[in-house]
Design a protein around this ligand. Structure first.
Ligand SMILES: Cc1cc2nc3c(=O)[nH]c(=O)nc-3n(C[C@H](O)[C@H](O)[C@H](O)COP(=O)(O)OP(=O)(O)OC[C@H]3O[C@@H](n4cnc5c(N)ncnc54)[C@H](O)[C@@H]3O)c2cc1C
Length: 402
């Protein structure tokens, strides 16, 4: 492992790999990526791979729209096929409040150039016949949304970074970050010390503990999310969209010959627990069968759990920590880190190489928003944090003392 580097990326998930690739593409190749396990072994390898552009804030729509463009050319850029399929996302709205919110979202999305359709319950029935639509007030559909393979995207960016001179070090844990006179000076790892003026915290659900090594409090907490794989009922075709029952947060999409099925347990507290659990599974099945009765006959084939890295406003924290020169964060994606990783890599590389992210204005995603009270929470989230924002705001305030 190198003993000096221009930059050290902590975390070899899809976000860290994308950042390393884009730095190298911009000519900054003296970069080391330190990963505790194997590439993609954190949240990335657990993800449902969903890619959607339907958000409630401009910045999140733009992050996704840029990511879609980048996924479409990932194979040309890196030689790795991301298996990106644009089969769409279909949001089912069953309350008047949600329906109003989504219609406002559609106005915003269209103003940004995204083609989104407002569809009726009858249209939903035609698109995915086994779905119960009795209670559906309306729905939105974006045909260019879809899903891709998170591991392929992560390995593709990592391979592209490595080919350009980046060193990727798996099975190595970051244990310390040296800060002298307010400047980052070194990253300490289980494999040795790397002198560097720049560290990028891309440690996903562990990002707050990495920041803590430099004395920084970040309002990012881990939340377990479970996914299950079942047989696929007839009538849900290979190219069926990702269907999201927004009120219950239950979602499903075809995956190979089966169906990927997930939901958020909104009562679950923050933890690093990654076990599946039968009580939650029973609840998921109840919601899933209510929406797709044919699922009652489907066999459950497998299941797993991973972690979301959640912030109080469900938006990522992107950019520099003002109090420590040389400390950059790209974490807190709140369940959207796979779809936002391609854009994030480019924007963080712009920030580092050019001094500012110019393709998309990400200033609203700076950690200082929690201190300034300039928080615009994302409304279109499948998971809603149960963390009391007040407590996290005070945690962020302590950054100033770090
Ligand atoms: C069940 C589930 C479904 C999901 N579905 C979607 C979806 O459909 N669409 C979407 O966009 N997102 C989805 N997500 C979220 C998405 O997976 C994450 O936002 C994304 O993978 C985050 O990538 P990352 O690189 O930031 O984090 P990770 O992939 O977690 O990478 C962080 C890495 O840091 C490493 N690390 C931690 N501590 C240290 C240390 N001390 N030293 C060295 N390395 C360290 C970890 O080993 C890990 O590999 C889902 C997540 C889950 C759990």
């Amino acid at each position: 492992m190198r003993q000096t580097a221009a930059a050290v990326v902590v975390g070899g998930g899809v976000v860290g790999a994308s950042i390393a690739y884009h730095l190298a593409e911009r000519g900054l190749t003296d970069v080391v990526v330190v990963e505790r396990g194997a590439l993609g072994s954190g949240s990335t390898g657990k993800s449902a791979g969903g890619v959607r552009q339907q958000f409630s804030t401009e910045v999140n729509c733009r992050l996704s729209m840029l990511s879609v463009q980048k996924l479409l050319r990932l194979e040309v850029d890196t030689g790795w096929d991301p298996s990106f399929r644009q089969d769409g996302y279909l949001f089912l709205l069953t309350t008047e409040e949600h329906w109003q919110l989504f219609q406002r979202n559609v106005e915003l999305q269209r103003s940004l150039g995204l083609e989104v359709q407002v569809v009726s319950a009858a249209d939903v029935q035609e698109m995915v016949p086994p779905v119960v639509v009795d209670d559906v007030v309306g729905a939105t559909f974006c045909a260019t949304d879809g899903h891709a393979d998170p591991t392929q995207v992560c390995l593709g960016y990592a391979a592209g970074a490595r080919a350009r001179g980046v060193e990727i070090v798996p099975a190595t844990t970051v244990t310390g970050i040296d800060v002298q006179g307010g400047l980052v000076s070194a990253v300490v790892t289980s494999g040795g010390r790397i002198e560097t003026p720049l560290v990028i915290d891309a440690a996903g659900p562990w990002a707050a503990s990495i920041a803590q090594l430099a004395g920084v409090d970040l309002p990012i907490q881990p939340y377990r999310r479970q996914l299950y794989y079942t047989e696929r009922p007839e009538g849900i075709g290979d190219h069926a969209p990702m269907v999201v029952d927004f009120a219950s947060s239950m979602y499903f999409r075809p995956e190979g010959p089966g169906l990927l099925l997930g939901m958020t347990d909104r009562s679950e507290p923050s933890s690093f627990n990654t076990n599946t659990d039968d009580v939650f599974l029973a609840l998921l099945i109840e919601h899933a069968v209510a929406r797709v009765p044919a699922l009652e006959q489907a066999d459950l084939l497998s299941g797993w759990a991973g972690l979301y890295d959640v912030t109080p406003d469900a938006n990522p924290i992107l950019g520099r920590i003002p109090e420590i020169e040389g400390f950059v964060v790209a974490a807190g994606f709140s369940g959207h880190g796979f779809m936002h990783a391609p854009a994030t890599g480019q924007l963080i590389a712009e920030l580092i190489v050019d001094g500012t992210a110019h393709t998309i204005d990400i200033s609203s995603l700076s950690v200082v928003r929690f201190r300034d009270g300039q928080v615009q929470a994302e409304q279109n989230v499948i998971c809603r944090s149960t963390v009391a924002p007040g407590r996290l705001v005070s945690e962020v305030k302590r950054v100033g003392a770090a």
